[in-house]
Design a protein around this ligand. Structure first.
Ligand SMILES: *Cc1c(COP(=O)(O)O)cnc(C)c1O
Length: 377
């Protein structure tokens, strides 16, 4: 990018003091193998495109009008999916927006909000945006979350489950424990990856999503997104599930900021996606299978791979030279994510691609290893 000269003289001190989130890059080269931002390798349900096309062909005139402010059809479909009340469902322009409203609605208090030290890096950004103190609670040595470490006064707790970038899953028993020990705080479970969390070959209907707890705990709020498991990162739809009082707080906050966060096409497309249960179930299973084979193949190459419950793996190359590996892959047109942060700088976060993309990754890693051996000899 060319160097722009920015004059901050007219900025508020708020704008001056922000340190915005830096999303994973979205390069546009051809033949690029993009395994860096946890997008789904499969296209969205064909029903999504059909529903949007139908609006454009038959009701384009409706785009003149404002969309349904509370996205009623979409919320009804989501309520039905989880067998809850429509008033327990909130939707927003991507779960990032939902999370921003969550911080403003529940965490803007005297006490700090607690989050794992290694987690979604947007949480500290929201905290800073709203002037909220965020206390980071260290993950255990094996990167797991110990609910006992959260026993301190707080306005709330936010945990990504499965966690990012580790991919590890916190049990519902631990979430219950957090919720009962902090009955005066909001426990936010960010389930961006929950649809990939079912154990391999687990055909039981044992619950893994904390949405199953919202009738029992009035202080659990669960956020999810259409960006990962529904292949709709470009449509920008996220949601929250919780007790009606929590949802009402979010709705008030939304209506004090932007009453129409979801445009008509997003509402229609997202609703079509929810209704196509079969496609969703099938593609989630394919992603899970691909993640498992990717885990096995990386392990065979000497990587140390955490047991992932998401659509990515968190893996440490044999010598811990993650940054070198990431750069070498990039030269071959394969982009993975490396976080230059203490404790995790020897790891790579690799999104599972299609079978073809995964084999290209594995083949390239193999070649790189052979070259390194020749140089070493
Ligand atoms: C991707 C992601 C989000 C954001 O999802 P959007 O709906 O695309 O804004 C939120 N939380 C976590 C942990 C994520 O990985």
């Amino acid at each position: 990018m060319s160097e722009l000269k920015i004059d901050t003289r007219l900025w508020s001190s708020k704008a001056r003091n922000l340190s915005p989130y830096v999303p994973g890059e979205q390069p546009q080269h051809e033949n690029l193998c993009k395994l860096n931002t946890n997008e789904n390798p499969f296209p969205p349900s064909p029903k999504v495109g059909e529903a949007i096309a139908k609006v454009l062909e038959q009701q384009a005139d409706d785009l003149r009008l404002y969309p349904a402010p509370e996205s009623d059809d979409l919320r009804a479909a989501l309520a039905q999916l989880y067998d809850i009340d429509i008033n327990q469902v909130f939707v927003g322009n991507g779960s990032d927006e939902v999370l921003a409203l969550v911080f403003a609605s529940f965490f803007l208090k005297e006490r700090p909000v607690l989050a794992p030290d290694i987690s979604y890096s947007f949480y500290p950004v929201y905290a800073q945006t709203f002037g909220i103190e965020l206390v980071q609670i260290a993950l255990e040595e094996d990167f797991s979350i110990d609910p006992d470490a959260y026993r301190q006064p707080c306005s709330g707790i936010i945990i990504a489950n499965p966690n990012a970038p580790t991919g590890l899953l916190l049990s519902l028993a631990d979430i219950r424990k957090l919720a009962s020990e902090h009955s005066n705080s909001v426990i936010v479970i960010d389930e961006a990856y929950i649809d990939f969390a079912r154990a391999v070959n687990d055909s039981s209907d044992a619950e893994i999503s904390a949405v199953s707890l919202i009738n029992e705990f009035d202080n659990i709020l669960v956020t999810q997104t259409f960006s990962k498991s529904r292949s709709l990162a470009g449509l920008r739809v996220g949601m929250a599930f919780g007790n009606v009082s929590l949802i009402e707080a979010l709705t008030r906050m939304k209506n004090s900021f932007n009453s129409y966060p979801l445009d008509k096409l997003a509402q229609v497309g997202a609703t079509a996606s929810v209704l196509d249960v079969e496609y969703f179930t099938q593609t989630c299973q394919q992603v899970i299978d691909l993640r498992q084979s990717l885990t096995a193949e990386l392990t065979a190459l000497g990587f140390d791979v955490l047991p992932s419950h998401a659509n990515f793996v968190f893996a440490r190359p044999k010598d811990g030279n993650a940054n070198t590996v990431a750069n070498a892959l990039r030269e071959q047109g394969i982009i993975v994510r490396h976080f230059d942060k203490p404790r995790i700088n020897e790891y790579l976060r690799i999104t599972t691609g299609t079978a073809e993309q995964n084999s290209r990754l594995i083949d390239t890693l193999q070649t790189l290893q052979k070259e390194a051996e020749i140089i070493a000899d």
